[in-house]
Design a protein around this ligand. Structure first.
Ligand SMILES: N[C@@H](Cc1ccccc1)C(=O)O
Length: 421
């Protein structure tokens, strides 16, 4: 759902959203690919730790967003993230920030092609018995949805709204089913800490990506205007809706799948189709599985369109491409060709991609917002909102960024224990 802000919400372009509208935009921007990685990457530490960790990561990521809001309110509402970073942190800060946003969008686009083709293959195999080659389904997924991206935000407004409605219904449907069969014994199996704790560090970058939304703050400020109270409320309610959503999702999956089922899912690459396959094997009914699959299709498609459109606009802006058919085709190619080619070559890199996104996202979601707010404070600027908590909270958020970076680098170096291997 990562797109809602830039593209999908028709209410957005016509009138100012109220607090609830703003909260839904924040939640829509936050929930995305990260969600599908959560049960898989937290399977080692299991449910109890994952609850604590989700709360802690929510707090740090929400704070990152609030520092960006504080800074943004010191400037004109129409100023972009790029402008804020440039004025507070100079040219280098601006470039680093822009690169980190662009990298995360590229990596997420790849993750969606990889994840999307995985559900497409799974559903096709289940419904028709046709085994689609993973690389071919990646190409199919990216080409079909790429048409929407090149057609532009106007063309996808209505479709995306319909898809978001479908997502809400299917989510309620399968969660209701899965929650009623979730087993507290499965959620709290009484595992010794020595068994679960070693897997905490490896999961942190994934949880962090799941709570990424900060880059939507400048657009939100643009639409709301200088309304500190409403903006802060929208952000806190929106991120809390996301937290609730993730908790329900974790109970639904981890309450139905035994921990022992996860090493096989991880060994296969931890992609969305593998997770759904494992749930089916554990005895989840065909109806529920179909609802879950439909939800996954919709979630991945809407997020793909949103993230890819964000990247599309960024590239068009950066290179000054024209908004005619030729310009849009070139921009579309530059946006979609690299992630699609990568997905054809490496169709199952879904989990790995989200981990990489974690590294890049620390820059624009945590480090840059804190530094920008610190600069504004030292210059005595006041936009009508100051994040409470003083320097200790700023240091906490920076430390969290450091933890994410260290964990992900250790993940990549293979220095952290991998569950099931
Ligand atoms: N939170 C988004 C990813 C994201 C990261 C950083 C910024 C914006 C979005 C997801 O889980 O898919």
């Amino acid at each position: 759902m990562t797109e809602t802000l830039t593209t999908a919400n028709p209410t957005f372009s016509r009138r100012k959203p109220g607090v609830l509208g703003g909260a839904l935009i924040v939640a829509g921007s936050t929930v995305g690919a990260g969600m599908f990685s959560l049960p898989v990457v937290t399977s080692g530490m299991w449910f109890g730790w994952s609850l604590l960790l989700l709360l802690g990561v929510w707090f740090c990521m929400y704070s990152g967003g609030m520092y960006l809001l504080e800074t943004n309110l010191c400037y004109r509402p129409s100023d972009s993230f790029d402008t804020l970073a440039g004025d507070t942190l100079g040219r280098t800060g601006r470039i680093l920030n822009g690169l980190s946003v662009a990298f995360v969008l590229y990596i997420l686009t790849y993750a969606y092609v990889s994840g999307g083709s995985s559900v497409v293959s799974h559903s096709l195999g289940m419904l028709t018995g046709i085994e689609l080659n993973a690389s071919f389904s990646a190409l199919l997924f990216a080409t079909v949805l790429g048409v929407f991206v090149v057609a532009g935000a106007g063309a996808v407004d209505r479709i995306t709204t319909i898809m978001l409605g479908g997502m809400a219904l299917t989510f309620l449907g399968f969660c209701h089913g899965l929650l009623s069969s979730a087993d507290s014994q499965t959620l709290f199996p009484g595992l010794p800490m020595t068994e679960t704790m070693p897997y905490i560090a490896g999961a942190i970058p994934f949880l962090m990506v799941s709570f990424g939304f900060q880059n939507c703050i400048p657009s939100l400020v643009k639409y709301f205007g200088k309304e500190p109270v409403a903006l802060r409320r929208a952000a806190i309610i929106g991120t809390l809706i996301t937290l609730m959503f993730y908790l329900v999702w974790q109970v639904s999956v981890l309450g139905n799948l035994e921990r022992d089922a996860f090493p096989a899912v991880l060994a296969a690459g931890g992609n969305i189709g593998h997770l759904i396959g494992a749930l089916e094997q554990s005895g989840v009914s065909l109806g529920l599985s179909l609802l879950l699959q439909l939800f996954s299709h919709l979630a991945v498609a809407t997020s793909f369109i949103g993230v890819a459109l964000g990247l599309f606009d960024y590239i068009a802006d950066l290179f000054g491409f024209a908004n005619d058919l030729r310009g849009r085709l070139i921009t579309g190619l530059m946006t979609l060709a690299p992630p699609t080619v990568l997905a054809i070559v490496a169709p199952n890199g879904f989990l790995a991609a989200i981990g990489y996104a974690g590294i890049c996202a620390t820059v624009f979601a945590l480090i840059v917002p804190v530094l920008m707010a610190a600069v504004c404070r030292s210059r005595g600027m006041n936009g009508g909102y100051r994040v409470p908590g003083g320097t200790p909270r700023m240091v906490l958020v920076l430390l969290f960024a450091l933890v994410v970076l260290v964990c992900q680098l250790m993940n990549m170096a293979g220095w952290l224990p991998a569950f099931g291997s």
